[in-house]
Design a protein around this ligand. Sequence first.
Ligand code: HEC
Length: 504
Amino acid sequence: MLNWIEKRTGFVSMTKDFLTEDVPGGASYWYVFGSATLFAMIVQITTGIFLTFFYAPSAATAWESTRAIYLNPYTHFLLSVHYWGSSAMIALVFLHLLQVLIWGAYKSPRELQWVVGVLLLLVTLVLGLTGYLLPWDMDAYFASQVSLNITGLAPGLGPVIQHIAQGGGAMGTATINRFFGLHVWLMPAVLVLLVGAHLAIFRHNGSAGPVVEDPRTLKVGRFWPDQMFMDGAFSFIVFVIICFLAFAFPPYLDAKADPTKFFVPYPAWYFLSLFGLLALVPPELHLGPLTIGTELIATIVVPTLFLVVVLLLPWLDRSRTRSFAARSGILWTTTIVVCTIVGLSIFAQVTTMAKQAAAPASPPESVVLSEAEAATTSTAGAPGAIPASNVGVAGATNANGAKVFAANCASCHGAQGQGTPGAFPPLANNPVVTGDSQKVIGILTAGLHGQISVGGMSYNGQMPAWKGQLSNKDIADVITYIRGGLGSNHASAVTEAQVAAYKP
Ligand code: HEC
């Protein structure tokens, strides 16, 4: 039988060839991280495929279908495995990378294997980022808004990429579709191709083996059966841990995304360090007459430089030796970088928790899941889509103003009018907004252009004119909303008649 298949396909000798690969220094549990990452990827692809059977990507159905997944115990477990599997995969990629770094296995001739490996880490992170949006709950919405705004900060192509990823000026169905396409097709396809390249290069160079001066002195082990057994055993343990966590700690579904409500997003743990960096730097630095916006530095410049250094590592560290003693510089740098990342993550966790404690409480999940009937009957984004506990937060009394704001202003000024330092002024806690109502009407009808200063930061952008774009009533309602519903703003309402009577 095997002979019959072998004659026609060559599969049997191919498999034998694959399994008899040399393992220098003999099989070891130190080599299991790569294969366990591969295993986690297979878990993600499998559970992910089945999740698409139940998920419907659009603003009107994403959260609703996710809720249905939560309400069925089998699909809930499936989703939960996918959720914990993603954490496992990213943790394993990090461990694998760290080990290659410590053992100097990136050195010639394995430079390209290292580069492909770092790209794999990036793709995995993009998968995490795009998957985060899909449930379309409050956290998914506001956390993704942060990452989209950061993308928009990048000089040159940033705003264009943000516009494309977002599918327009504000987040909505188009955003879900873009993220869905990236998450289930483009990124997995890139991932599988890169993994193929990573393994092919690995087979070409063979395993780096333990750190010794002369590899020829090592005894040679075989992949089959020893290493195969160890890889399998470790992957099995990983699987058991994923299933345990999935069972004991399923993910949490927040209320449906509502841009008019206030919410403190918490990032996935693997992005905490970047959040920490952003929270740590002051909004701007003054060097004599120079004012430097630090947000760009913290979110784009530092991570990009870091990535470039990591990618170029095999060329920056050109010494041939892999001995620990001779590489203390690299090892110390690695230790310091890892400690910094952990420190920033802890800092971000603490600040996020403090902010969450200060924010109005989100309804518990049981309420979210059971009160959904009421939520799904009102239109997305309209106040009232949130269980009663949140009523009274910004703008709930001026439904139309909140709606106009979410649709027309939030894309630039932020969902809570918090603005983007250096690019779009905050409207919350802004004395111009709560000051002379005639002036605000003027800004809204005719737009605004030229240098202004808000909260000690200067802005020099273009605010569109809204006369003709919005009805007088919508303009009046949105002004009333920004004067009374953002931050601690508290100023008089504006009427449709005032807007109609306004003469520049
Ligand atoms: C395309 C991005 C964009 C959109 C959309 C937008 N704005 Fe603006 N807005 C700006 C910019 C940029 C400025 C600052 C202009 C400057 O630097 O002179 C601004 C300034 C303002 C100001 C003046 C703030 C001050 O301190 O002087 C108000 C008020 C304002 N916007 C309200 C709104 C409202 C209400 C909407 C929705 C109807 C809206 N904006 C939509 C970009 C935008």
